[in-house]
Design a protein around this ligand. Sequence first.
Ligand code: MIG
Length: 694
Amino acid sequence: MIAKHIFGTPFDSEAAVLNVAVSSGTPAGFDTECGEKLVLSRPLTDNTVIYGLGENVRGINKRGYSYVSFCTDIAGHTETTASLYAAHNFVIFSDTELLGLFVDSPGRVTFDLGFTSGDTAKITVDRPDAVIYTFTGDSLTDITTQFRRLTGKSYIPPKWAFGYQQSRWGYRNADDVREVVRRCREVGCPLDSVYLDIDYMDDLKDFTVHPEAFGGFDGLKELSSELKEQGVRLVPIIDAGVKEQKGYDIYEEGCEKGYFCKDEKGDPFVVAVWPGRSVFPDVLNPDARRWFGSKYKRLLDCGIEGFWNDMNEPSIFYTPAGLNAAMDEVDSMRGKNVGIYDYFRLLGVFNEMSRRPEDLRSFYHDTPQGRVSHIDVHNLFGYNMTRAAQEAFREIEPDKRILLFSRASYIGMHRYSGLWTGDNCAWWSHLLLNIKMMPSLNMCGFIYSGADIGGFGSDTSEDLVMRWLQFGIFTPLMRNHSAWDTREQEVYRFRLAKEMSGVISLRYRLVPYLYSEFLKAVQNDGMLFRPLSFDYPDDPMSAQVEDQLMWGGSVMLAPVHQQNAAGRYVYLPEDMLCVRFRGADIVETVPMSSGHHYISIPLAELVLFVRPGHLLPLGNPADCVEHLDTEQLEIIGYGSGEITCELLDDDGITVSGIGCRFRYPRVCRENGEWRSNDDRLRLRITDRPADGDK
Ligand code: MIG
């Protein structure tokens, strides 16, 4: 059951797609105070577990910290970081009863989940304007499914986007890109795309191509078709900030039409980001949105089929006003004896220049709901920049799927694109964070998602890349990405290049299953990654497990996320089949009984677990998704009698064809032998004693 309550006069975020009748009174399950702010509070018992909040730090159980939904450019975040790049205001309180909550309000919202006081959850909306949805139901899955029905079907990328993707802020010209492809192929590393970071642009201007480094649009077109013959696509970045420069057509057109965010006087609001002095397209204005989106066509026309939208929190390095204020502060101290407190103040002056609320308050959007100050709709910027692109794609090439994902997001954006989780670091704790974040993102509808594998900031290590790949093969977006000033981390940089390529080859073997389970998660408003407690609600131990995940219908994952660990403890909520891989090859399948186990997992190996009565189909390795043979499958299974599964597939590229191909592999034990309904299947089924025989 969904209940909807409206407070004040909220800005319509267009997060919800279902019409829910508005209830009177206040939301059941919360004490409500509505003054200058809207505050919802709720007692927590010792047993309350809190799920949700999508992209945030800390655990799957979000209890015990205070999270602030306010999209922030925050490289190198740690467990004290309250706001990451996204605002995903959905939580579930799980106790003897279940209660879901979606706070639809595009400004700042604080979720104090037993932080200030251990027995109270207190949710504060900065302005007293919000639509509050509450959900009741009889299982965690039931609640998330209702929430997802409310907010609409998730985005589905082209199938090639399930291949391995290589990126680095540092490929400076066409030859750098060619070298990535050549060296990957040399070491046997499958590859589906190479990313273009800001250096492909001319002078960091959106929708331009550097004339020398990439030979302008013509050069890009040639490079793109040359690489496509090798099964590799180019994915360029688009930044939120548009360079302020006379003669730059995008800037001039946007000024003329009034399509940039405006300051108090109605002039384009100027900020400093990568291109220098820049302005923001007013993506909350539908005309401006259409206009900005239409510019992607310049790159589509070069054969580009995928994009990533960056800096769209929107990130601001500084504004002229902020810089002046900082300079004045410095001047006021010049020549004086700078005491210790002044010294710290001086440090802060520059550090805080990029996060001045005054800046966010001083620019405006012209929306169909009137002129609004940015700070009140801050969390909608990335969402609508990305929507601009996808709406344009749907107009320009209605039946073609284009890869698109964004850094900043709000609930609702999941209908238009995926996301990546921003600037993490080459830290083991960030591998663990990646693991914990996936199910929370899935709850919020972001199924096509992933983190920068190997870590974006700081120097990575060989074992971290290896272990991160071993988890990354399960995330729909599987991209290795790093910053310009860090150790290079393409697999061919390492002594273990062959072994890493083997892990990536296993990813390709998993694509038939991954793609199918991904499509099902989207179609059923379900989750590809689930906490164990979603599948084993009656098992209290499952709710304690934070570093194992259910993956699709058949598999449980238990990734290694500690340096120098040659194995790990694994909890099995039921009997399962442990499948051990070295590279793309299965080295053993061992049935294991439910309970706690220590499992040895050397660096070059990985394990996953198949649930009883389920099948895991594996394809053959390929160098890119297009070359995958999805006909001949090896079928891993664990059970007795008969086991079947449903496999969805399609042409991988059209919208109308999504999920059109069905297959139903079935295995059956007859006269002491496993047989299948299809002779293209190679069987590797392990007997499970029927319950009575144990
Ligand atoms: O301030 O374009 O998160 O992936 O490589 C850095 C350069 C801007 C941030 C993105 C990162 C990208 C980088 N960008």
